[in-house]
Write a protein that binds this ligand. Structure first.
Ligand code: AMP
Length: 144
């Protein structure tokens, strides 16, 4: 998938937004939905996606949506920090397959980091167990 092209509403995050696929929900309001990444690169790896725009990447998000969306990204990151007290937080986002993007609905990754603990390799980590993800979603959600 190149950087340019049509939004495909069959992507997994669009299905999650429509309630057609499950997620471990952390936070939701009219602007954004946050949920656990099921292939986490660290404990507490959380995704934040915009709800109002069919944007494949950050470059496509309408400018007036950027502020409200980024406010939610920050808010969820603060919740991750309060809930899990990591030593650091990596926040990143990919645009286009050559940049590492695999799901083509805009999302930011919020990845808590601990001193001396290496982050997993994006796209190469195993699926986390459901009980762990459910508990993390509850703990982070309560802190957002
Ligand atoms: P990216 O490669 O930046 O597009 O990131 C997509 C992310 O979505 C990856 O980190 C995947 O582990 C994650 N992912 C894929 N399918 C699901 C799903 N059904 N629920 C939660 N996370 C998912």
């Amino acid at each position: 998938m190149s950087l340019h092209g049509a939004y495909d509403d069959a992507n997994i995050f669009a299905k999650i937004l429509r309630g057609e696929a499950p997620c471990f929900k952390v936070y939701e309001d009219d602007v954004a939905l946050a949920f656990m990444d099921i292939f986490p690169v660290s404990r507490g790896h959380t995704l934040v996606i915009p709800k109002r725009a069919a944007a494949r990447n950050l470059l496509e998000l309408p400018t007036d949506e950027v502020g409200p969306y980024m406010t939610r990204v920050q808010r969820v990151a603060q919740g991750v920090e309060r809930a899990l007290t990591p030593d650091g937080v990596s926040i990143f986002q990919f645009n286009g397959a050559p940049a590492g993007q695999t799901v083509f609905h805009l999302h930011f990754h919020i990845v808590p980091r601990w001193e001396g603990v290496a982050m997993g390799q994006h796209g190469k980590t195993p699926m986390a167990d459901k009980e762990t993800l459910a508990q993390l979603a509850k703990d982070i959600g309560a802190a957002v």
